[in-house]
Write a protein that binds this ligand. Sequence first.
Ligand code: PEP
Ligand code: CO
Length: 464
Amino acid sequence: MQADSRNLIAVREPHDWTPDSWQRKAAVQQPSYPDAGALAVALADLRALPPLVTSWEVLALQRQLADAAEGRCFLLQGGDCAESFADCTSPLISNRLKVLLQMSLVLVHGLKLPVVRVGRFAGQYAKPRSTDTETRDGETLPSYRGDIVNAPEFTAAARQPDPRRLIEAHSKSALTMNFTRALIDGGFADLHHPEYWDLAWVEHSPLQDEYRHMVDSIGDSVRFMETLAGPIGSFGKVDFYTSHEALLLHYEQAATRQVPRQWGWFNLATHFPWIGMRTAQLDGAHVEYCRGIRNPVGLKVGPGVKPDTLLRTIDVLDPDNEPGRLTLIHRMGAAKIAAELPPLLQAVKAHGRNVLWCCDPMHGNTEALANGVKTRRFANIRAELDAAFDIHAAHGTRLGGVHLELTGENVTECLGGARDLAEGDLARAYKSTVDPRLNYEQSLELAMLIVRKCGNALATRATD
Ligand code: PEP
Ligand code: CO
């Protein structure tokens, strides 16, 4: 038994678990590497490299997620569906950070609550696929599984899984992390200068007035408080955490480390790994891997999951009902949430399970247009999020966060939003090789909608 330092609850070390015990279970969604020797060499190299995050940060995030579950803060988790190696560039990283910072400013201002910022980046390189192979014009090749595995071009060479990509993914994640940390530590996130986060292309956005008005009012408050209390230095810094889907288990295992003066094992490739919907089998390898690490863990919950299965999965992942340990990220789709979510909320509540509920309004709302292009309608994303707040309120549970796919670029991948993008607009700037993302304006609009929907209710409940 180990005592959790803040919550003083007894946490048991996981029984019969090792960083490689997942290998005794069925592991879906793994590539088949043609050369086992080359894979072993890459994994040995990975194990020798320094990690990306520290155990202190991981535990600090867990405490904040516990606060979010209690309504003392709100989780904003967002970023690309999948990062690509080519996108590890200065403008793409800083633009994504700007959007997340602006959204969090909208949320902090509107909800009157701190926001826990978690990026879907610095390691979000692996993608689950619905089929192992793809066939075009009679030729069948392995599916593209993300840049950490292979390349998207439809050639035999590009689609061959290459273990050296594991090392490149680690390096690109480290570069992303390094630049993100430098921006934040260097004052980029300073509340005195929200203009640093402006994105040039949105000067004429329909949302600019509302956003400007809010920034001005925050500026006034900061100046007012400084007049009373002197310079507020700590405003210069915000915390930023990283997350990715724990999909490619050899990679996750290589990042699983022990650290001095802490018991157990941490995944130090990310603060917050999550289990995707396609790999959430109760007796599968992904649940086995995640049950043993000390990081807070996310679990995607999609349509069709039965309350009993969910409760048993919670028992495996969080046997001690540890605050902040487990985030349930529901992604039902606008059409299904009203039928699918209530039984799960009731079961989890009735069993007194201490989870953080988070809504991913993206993955249940993906559709293909007649021309085969994948998109999402802003109206459906909004409808699912609206419904999620209402359903939680009706069941006496709390929606403590959102999980979004977004980018700081001026892409045209999701339909609708402030500029009412239409099907004909999608071709103009459709860049995603996987799921369609909200662009900057659509993301900011969603943050404003969250505030309008739940601002007062959340603030009142947090104090009662
Ligand atoms: C994702 O988050 O990119 C994803 C594939 O989600 P899900 O597992 O919920 O389908
Ligand atoms: Co996605």
